[in-house]
Design a protein around this ligand. Structure first.
Ligand code: NAG
Ligand code: NAG
Ligand code: NAG
Ligand code: NAG
Ligand code: NAG
Ligand code: NAG
Ligand code: NAG
Ligand code: NAG
Ligand code: NAG
Ligand code: NAG
Length: 713
């Protein structure tokens, strides 16, 4: 137990997190009356990322949507009880007209799972969407597969016959390109029914509206204990009709399936399973695996133009290697995966409640874990099949929220540094090594003299469009911001993981950035922070502070490397700068920090204080924290802000979830901290009413809760 409570996160959707908790756990459960704007459906990777928008809160009145909310990703399930069919999931109301809608009794979610209880005639059906989060197990974490499981019980105690019809469409692999043509195929052996769809003309490492145009979509179930499971691939209205009206499926592929643009209308790949008579809960749930496979998954081009292809981490297992075998093993492992997920959920929820003493923080953290963990590809070189050479693990983050500096909506950039910085507490908490895998490609690329000999500060990303990583040698206006982010994250990684490899290997590069900060941080002049349009002051106090913390972080890095000369230099400079900074930054009435040197009229969130606490630098004196706490307490008590505190009082209609959580984390009064968390919770619940209905948007107007500001998803 070392850290105080610290949170945050974001990748696109959002989040917050805790560092280390060591308290008495209290009762943990997900609150049932909290309705977030969207719930995870299958959220396991950048391209397996489907959400249920809760605008119309019924599992069977909405299609699942891709994370960017531009397109549906179709999947439809009906349960047929005693020859009467009930639509269970997906918004299909076609034939037969006799099909009824199951009614939704309740829904809830945990960090790994989203669960619905539905009533279909005399049967109660639980539908659970589990996307495992296994931060310590990279093989499992890198698998692009989620579980969709169904359990049943008879509510009148009598046995009833149950059949399950379920399908998915090729929208899962390319809705973004409406002209793409997809094909379909089936593997139906004694163990597995595996429905697969691929683009007839795949384009490697290329996105269209955030879809990768080189995926194989998979919808599969274990068939070993189901007699006579049926399947069919073809026209959606025909196949769904046959599946739900008692005719049955034909075990055939419609030869015209691969001749239609897959979006007009989508063809379906369907299964029909007869589960026989059911009275109590079935001993074995009916489990479907949903996946989108890509291998290799990332292409890295270095500054000499050399290309390296990287494969998902699980590919290095000596175990199964075909899609069929991997999917079968995934399905066979359901019981284990479910138990592991339950333990993960309990631990995380207990930790969040222990820290905040409130369910609200648990609600928020639970909502964003799958989003944060799914926005990266964890890889090894393609050549490493069958060998787990952990020295060459890398992870690349996709900017899935468009909140990266200067980015349009979904920029799709690779490893955006300020987005990674916002998500850092999450990764540190779940597995600090992950942060190392994410930092390594950034450090490695910039160490090349073509970059470091030209540009003295850190880059803002590894280029784009995901999944193609290629560092660009370009100047930008964020030298202080990104150099500080890199120094802070590198030290946080070393401190939390105990692994000094990165800070030792890239010491010279980190020192170059620290020297840049020595030259620039105290007087940032016109340099900007993320959200440059909104906060465009010169000499930003919050930015200068981050730079000074970056210098102090280099002092700690030097000390860890036993370089006493460097350590005392950076420690000395940071001490000197922080006292000058205080003189320039504290308001003339000593009541709060300014946002720009000497400019007395505006105040706001100086969220970069968070890094001082995270790294335990003790650079900023306690009275500054107390002063800011009193200032924010006054804002909360004023009642002017329902959904959050503004970043800048002179621009009161703009704030961000991630930075507010950083600010909350450093408050010296838990009531103030919890008040800020409570506002974010309020905003998140209110998004249910907003027009965008996105999973959870970072940037918003704290006076109205409006998140349609055109900045983020
Ligand atoms: C979480 O807290 C509950 C209630 O105190 C307790 O029953 C449960 O065992 C805890 N779980 C873990 C994993 O500590
Ligand atoms: C369902 O339909 C089958 C085939 O037509 C019939 O044999 C069976 O009796 C029906 N079951 C019920 C409960 O109506
Ligand atoms: C369905 O979920 C509800 C609520 O969590 C639970 O009480 C019930 O036992 C579950 N039923 C089945 C058949 O799994
Ligand atoms: C589907 O298309 C892919 C890519 O062209 C091809 O490799 C695969 O064999 C096709 N599958 C079928 C069943 O035609
Ligand atoms: C699908 O079937 C319906 C009903 O038979 C028909 O109207 C439609 O044209 C078919 N679509 C395709 C793409 O074959
Ligand atoms: C079942 O649906 C199919 C496809 O729409 C249709 O051709 C068939 O006539 C239907 N059968 C019954 C018994 O309704
Ligand atoms: C099954 O799942 C557990 C929990 O995630 C994991 O530790 C184990 O490696 C998995 N086994 C297989 C064969 O995938
Ligand atoms: C920033 O502050 C420094 C020192 O206070 C001052 O000399 C400089 O003019 C300021 N820069 C701008 C652009 O205002
Ligand atoms: C959301 O909309 C519902 C229905 O229109 C309304 O009753 C509720 O008050 C709204 N909630 C908020 C927080 O605006
Ligand atoms: C939300 O903000 C956007 C952009 O300023 C504006 O166009 C929209 O009308 C606002 N929506 C509401 C409900 O106020």
């Amino acid at each position: 137990m070392a850290y105080s409570s610290t949170f945050t996160f974001v990748t696109s959707m959002l989040l917050l997190l805790i560092l280390a908790a060591c308290f008495n756990p209290t009762v943990a459960q997900v609150s049932s009356n909290f309705t977030p704007p969207a719930l995870p459906f299958a959220v396991k990777g950048p391209y397996l990322n489907a959400w249920l928008l809760r605008k119309n809160p019924n599992l069977n009145s909405n299609w699942a949507r891709f994370w960017n909310t531009d397109s549906d990703v179709g999947s439809f399930t009906a349960v047929i009880v005693d020859n009467t069919s009930y639509g269970l999931q997906g918004a299909f109301f076609g034939t037969p007209s006799s099909m009824k809608a199951a009614s939704e009794l309740s829904s809830k979610y945990t960090p790994t799972s989203t669960m619905f209880t539905m009533q279909a005639g005399p049967m109660q059906v639980n539908a659970t969407f589990l996307s495992p989060v296994t931060p310590q197990d990279l093989s499992q974490q890198s698998l692009p597969l989620s579980y969709y499981s169904l359990t049943f019980s008879s509510t009148d105690g009598a046995p009833h016959s149950v059949q399950i019809y379920s399908d998915f469409t090729s929208e899962w692999i390319a809705t973004g390109d409406g002209n793409a043509v997809a094909n379909g195929s089936t593997i139906d052996d004694q163990q597995l029914l595996c429905l697969e769809t691929q683009l007839v003309k795949p384009t490697p490492f290329t996105e269209s509206d955030d879809f990768a145009l080189d995926s194989t979509g998979v919808y599969a179930t274990s068939s070993s204990n189901i007699q006579g499971i049926q399947w069919q691939i073809g026209n959606f209205s025909v196949v769904r009709g046959l599946g739900v009206n008692g005719t049955g499926l034909s075990n055939t592929v419609d030869p015209t399936f691969a001749t239609h643009p897959q979006f007009n209308p989508p063809g379906v790949l369907a299964m029909l399973a007869d589960l026989g008579d059911i009275t109590a809960t079935t001993s074995t749930p009916f489990v479907i695996a949903i996946g989108t496979f890509r291998n290799p998954s990332v292409q890295v081009t270095d500054l000499a133009g050399e290309k390296q292809l990287r494969s998902p981490f699980y590919n290095s297992n000596s175990g199964p290697s075909s899609i069929h075998d991997i999917t079968l093993s995934f399905l066979q492992n359901f019981t284990n995966a479910q138990a592991t997920a339950e333990e993960f959920d309990n631990n995380l929820i207990n930790a969040t409640i222990a820290i905040s003493e409130s369910q609200q923080y648990a609600d928020l953290v639970s909502l964003v874990v799958r989003g944060a963990m799914s926005s990266m590809e964890i890889t090894l070189p393609q050549s490493s099949q069958g060998q787990q050479d952990l020295s060459d693990v890398e992870a690349h983050l996709k900017d899935m929220g468009g909140v990266q500096v200067g980015a349009e909506k979904s920029s799709g950039n690779v490893s955006p540094v300020d987005v990674l910085y916002a998500a850092t507490p999450m990764y540190l908490y779940l597995n600090a090594n992950l942060l190392g895998y994410l930092l390594k490609p950034l450090l490695q690329a910039q160490q090349n003299p073509t970059y470091s000999g030209t540009i003295g500060f850190a880059a803002q990303n590894l280029g784009g469009q995901f999944p193609k990583a290629q560092l660009q040698v370009v100047n930008h206006k964020l030298g202080i911001e990104q150099s500080s982010n890199m120094l802070i994250m590198s030290l946080a990684h070393a401190q939390t993981s105990g692994d000094g490899t990165l800070i030792s290997t890239y010491y010279a590069l980190l020192k170059q950035w620290a020297e840049y900060l020595v030259d620039n941080a105290l007087t940032p002049n016109s340099q900007s922070s993320p959200l440059a349009d909104a906060i465009s002051y010169t000499n930003q106090t919050n930015l200068a502070l981050k730079g000074i913390i970056g210098i102090a972080a280099m002092g700690r890095i030097s000390s860890l490397m036993n370089n006493d000369a460097d350590s005392s230099r950076y420690q000395g400079v940071s001490q000197d700068y922080i006292s000058q900074w205080q003189t320039l930054s504290v308001s003339s009435d000593n009541s709060h920090l300014l946002l720009s040197y000497g400019q007395q009229s505006c105040a706001g969130q100086v969220y970069n204080l968070y890094a001082d606490k995270l790294l335990q630098l003790n650079l900023v004196p306690d009275q500054i924290y107390e002063m800011q706490t009193a200032f924010h307490k006054g804002q909360l008590n004023s009642g002017s802000f329902t959904f959050g505190l503004p970043l800048d009082t002179c621009n009161p209609t703009l704030t961000r979830v991630d930075w507010t959580m950083f600010t909350a984390a450093v408050m010296t009064d838990n009531l103030v901290r919890n008040g800020m968390i409570s506002q974010i919770h309020q905003y998140t619940g209110n998004m249910f009413n907003s027009s965008t209905n996105t999973p959870l948007s970072t940037v918003y107007d704290p006076t109205t809760g409006n998140n349609s500001l055109g900045i983020n998803r």
